[in-house]
Design a binder for this molecule. Structure first.
Ligand SMILES: [Zn+2]
Length: 695
């Protein structure tokens, strides 16, 4: 996937991803400190703060005092430090590969050739538009709507993912996703999604705000400039017709919120259904172009968009569609064209759309590109170098203890129906928790990389991924397949696979350190993994059963009990006021707050089970007991400093509470009171009856 090159993509609302990527930033290298000690970072604590008054500042106060937010960033936290470290490591792996002179056909050679082809600016400049010429010629030769349908089909790519990575955007007419079927999650099915817009989503075309109007005016100029650079006559008139067409497409699109409702997305259409339900586009010809004539059915995510877009193919002139195809082609591959194209694309998508004044250095973009196209090839080297088999085994045993803890907690629940409990246990039985790196690596042997052919390399990669996707239809699902590379600092929940991925890059201090005491690992990464596991059987997880089928397995009574029990937690978060005029919205953050309580509760049980099994007392560190280390490590997960504007925006848009209140989750956990001798009158103190216990 090469989306990262197009415009920095944010994950605005992804329930599946543990840490919202609001902090995704220009990769300006900021050295992440390597801890000399293995355990909690005492040096970051402010011991003048009482833990019972403000646990976040107690655990992180000195770090906050001495840390300055770099001028080009909205904030810094654990996540950004680890991302910087991972970027640095990845770029040196790629640069090593680029110098290695590895045998032809090997992954290392592909990394080298791809990276070098991106860095060969004189070669790219010398070729001009020639690499794109055959494709532009083919578009120019389209003489009727039937040929248009075929060309539109030929442009279909596997470039969307509505559920795991929540990517709904493709500039092609439609996008394809190969994934476990909604009704038959044992086998791969093909999903088709709306597409056709170059701007990020429909709001950019339809919003009447002054800001969006200005963006549209600049977008119109951008289309015209690109066409002019490519030698088209009459670029202004063509640009305005293209924008009109995209505006009409946008009117047919579903909004982001509607896209999220998977019950609306579960529509199986046979090939014949496309003809009868969505007339306009020559569908048999479209599917022939896409190489999908033999495919009996598809899951259509947004039927109304398919009806609308198909009708637009009939009602809009052939010339407009050809210009739209040509412009999208040039814009999509601008980074493989001479500098004038690349700069123009950045001027609009980078500067205008994201407000980022400067394009990243070319070498950094090369690293991002290689990470995107050959992510597993890089990841394999990354994992070998930075994540040992021992670390993996240790993290896996931590996960096993967490699952055992959840098992006991579910059994002990008073509010859940026995049948629902049985399904929750079944989900735990089949849950796959991927640790560090995948069980198998993507095979790139069918992807041909050539030196000095950047555009061809990008084109062949898109086709390689597309063919790989359509080749899976009907095959049994590999539930152990990963959707993140080991070098990614994040975690993901794959509901159709009933699986979680925790890449190597997040399994690092302060989250996880094989040499740190158990107390610290369980308090830090244990609580994070516990948070994710709990999502598999909470209100989010209740939509998918143990086999990944879309089926609500909670009873109405379970839901009623759950809502009553959780209302108290929402009230607790409503009391948090980061600024005098702003409160946390406890309802908005509730699902994540519940998962935080569940995560730390299960991690605490699992830690004590591990301690008991070891037969040894918990080692102290700087006088802190095992339980104290456990809770401080949890508090240090949330080490964070953020600009006021960014924090205000987060409170409006993020489904997670701000870091300082996530650290305060501890006030719901009884052993925290014992560990720090927290007494009535201290700010975080809750009477035992007011502490929220859900799982
Ligand atoms: Zn979550």
């Amino acid at each position: 996937m090469r989306a990262a090159l197009k415009f920095p993509r944010f994950v605005p609302h992804c329930a599946a991803i543990y840490i919202l990527a609001n902090f995704l930033l220009p990769a300006q290298a900021q050295n992440a400190s390597t801890p000399e000690t293995h355990g909690i970072a005492v040096v970051n604590m402010d011991r003048s703060v009482k833990p019972g008054d403000d646990f976040f500042h107690y655990a992180n106060g000195d770090w906050i005092k001495r840390t300055e937010i770099p001028p080009d960033r909205p904030g810094v936290n654990v996540f950004t430090s680890l991302a910087d470290l991972s970027d640095k490591r990845t770029s040196s792996l790629i640069e090593e590969a680029a110098k290695a002179n590895a045998p032809a056909g090997s992954n290392t050679r592909k990394i080298a050739d791809l990276y070098n082809s991106f860095m060969d600016e004189p070669g790219i400049e010398a070729k001009g538009l020639a690499p794109l010429a055959p494709h532009l010629k083919a578009i120019a030769a389209i003489s009727d709507k039937r040929q248009l349908a075929r060309a539109l089909g030929e442009s279909l790519r596997a470039d969307v993912d509505p559920l795991n990575n929540t990517n709904f955007h493709t500039p092609n007419l439609f996008g394809l996703w190969a994934a476990p079927g909604f009704s038959d999650p044992e086998h791969y099915a093909l999903y088709l999604l709306q597409g056709g817009l170059d701007l990020p989503n429909r709001e950019y075309y339809l919003s009447e705000s002054e800001h969006m109007r200005q963006i549209r005016a600049q977008y119109l100029a951008h289309i015209s400039t690109m066409l002019k650079l490519a030698g088209f006559t009459d670029p202004d008139a063509r640009a305005s017709r293209i924008l009109d067409l995209e505006h009409a497409i946008a009117e047919k699109h579903l909004s982001l919120a509607e896209n999220d409702d998977i019950h609306k997305a579960d529509n199986t259409w046979t090939q014949a259904d496309f003809n009868s339900k969505a007339p306009g586009l020559d569908w048999p010809e479209y599917f022939r172009g896409a190489g999908l004539s033999g495919q009996a059915s598809f899951i259509v995510w947004q039927p109304t968009a398919f009806i609308g877009e198909s009708a637009l193919v009939a009602s809009t002139t052939l010339e407009t569609w050809k210009d739209w195809l040509a412009f999208h082609l040039i814009d999509t591959y601008a980074d493989a064209l001479p500098r004038a194209f690349d700069d123009e694309r950045y001027a609009f998508f980078g500067r205008t759309l994201t407000g980022t004044p400067q394009q990243r250095p070319r070498w950094q973009r090369g690293v991002i590109l290689v990470n995107g196209l050959l992510g597993d090839a890089v990841g394999q080297i990354y994992a070998r170098r930075y994540f040992s088999a021992e670390a993996k085994a240790q993290a896996q045993s931590l996960v096993a203890n967490l699952i055992a803890a959840f098992r006991q907690r579910i059994d002990a629940l008073s509010w859940m129906d026995p049948a629902t409990k049985a399904e929750a246990q079944a989900k735990l039985n089949t849950l796959y928790v991927g640790i560090g790196y995948p069980e198998t690596w993507e095979d790139y042997s069918a992807y041909e990389v050539k030196t000095g052919d950047l555009l061809g390399n990008l084109w062949r990669s898109d086709l390689f991924e597309y063919r790989r996707a359509i080749a899976r239809v009907g095959k049994p699902v590999d539930r152990h397949e990963w959707c993140m590379t080991p070098q990614t600092v994040n975690a993901v929940n794959l509901p159709l696979q009933n699986a979680l991925n925790f890449p190597a890059a997040i399994l690092q201090p302060p989250f996880f350190d094989p040499q740190a005491p158990d107390a610290v690992n369980y308090g830090a990464i244990g609580a994070v993994i516990g948070h994710e596991i709990s999502h598999t059987f909470d209100t989010e997880g209740s939509t998918f059963d143990s086999k990944g089928r879309v089926r609500n397995w909670w009873t109405p009574a379970d839901l009623a009990h759950f809502q009553a029990a959780t209302a108290k937690l929402a009230e607790q978060y409503d009391t948090y006021k980061p600024f005098p005029d702003v409160s946390v919205n406890g309802k908005q953050t509730l699902a994540e707050d519940i998962a935080d309580v569940a995560g730390i509760s299960a991690a605490y049980d699992a830690y004590h089970a591990a301690l008991k099994a070891s037969g040894k007392p918990a080692p102290t560190q700087d006088g802190f007991t095992g339980d104290q280390q456990f809770f401080i490590a949890f508090g240090q997960n949330w080490r964070s400093k953020e600009r006021e504007a960014a924090l205000r925006r987060r409170i409006l848009t993020d489904s997670h509470a701000p870091a300082q209140y996530r650290a305060a989750t501890v006030r719901n956990i009884d052993p925290w009171y014992t560990a720090f001798d927290v007494q009535p009158g201290e700010a975080l103190y809750l009477a035992p009856a007011d502490r929220v216990r859900i799982w």
